[in-house]
Design a protein around this ligand. Structure first.
Ligand SMILES: O=c1ccn([C@H]2C[C@H](O)[C@@H](COP(=O)(O)O)O2)c(=O)[nH]1
Length: 178
């Protein structure tokens, strides 16, 4: 049994998968993409979160100078040529080895992110939405994961979480209501 599984079994309010996917959803909130916000984090087998990211324009590229739309006939006027995917940012923000790590992500990775995930030695992908399952980029990503032996599975939970920030000054930790 690895440490991540042990963490899972000793879980109290949230198990490890719920914890890290919730973190991804919070990270996704930081994205300025008006249509699709994606969050991701890299977790080692000891259960440590070692990197995280969300989809956004490359560092130093000002949001107001690049488009967030996706319907223009001119690809240069659409976001897709510019935006860094959440997985890319999570990997870029991770220091140290990602060998045998798990990546949690709110949207199934595209083919380009799949290559990055494989090349960095990440061995497991936990995703929430598969809304692009029909796209060739997702089909290609799954084919590469299958071939490279990267496990992937869809996170499912019926829990609802509310974070209450009010009256925090008298509390040791923010209250999380499940
Ligand atoms: O694996 C992925 C796929 C996409 N993204 C980001 C890139 C864009 O900002 C949106 C996708 O735009 P759509 O509105 O769905 O066309 O999501 C990502 O971070 N990771």
């Amino acid at each position: 049994m690895d440490n991540l599984t042990r963490l899972l079994e000793s879980a109290s309010l949230l198990d490890a998968h719920e914890h890290f996917m919730s973190f991804c959803l919070l990270a996704a909130q930081r994205s300025k993409d008006p249509c699709t916000q994606v969050g991701a984090c890299v977790v080692d087998r000891q259960g440590n979160l070692i990197g995280s990211g969300y989809n956004g324009m490359p560092r130093g590229c000002h949001d107001d100078e690049f488009p967030w739309g996706k319907r223009s006939e001119d690809p240069l006027e659409n976001k897709h040529l510019y935006v860094c995917h959440a997985e890319l940012n999570a990997i870029a923000n991770t220091t140290g080895t990602m060998n045998d790590c798990v990546i949690y992500v709110t949207l199934f990775p595209c083919n380009e992110c799949a290559k990055l995930i494989i090349q960095n030695g990440i061995s497991e992908v936990v995703y929430l939405s598969d809304k692009h399952a029909h796209k060739k980029s997702t089909v290609a990503a799954k084919a590469m994961f299958d071939s490279a032996g990267v496990k992937y599975w869809q996170f499912k939970s019926k829990k609802k979480i509310t974070v209450e920030f009010e009256d925090l000054q008298d509390r040791v930790a923010p209250r999380i209501v499940l």
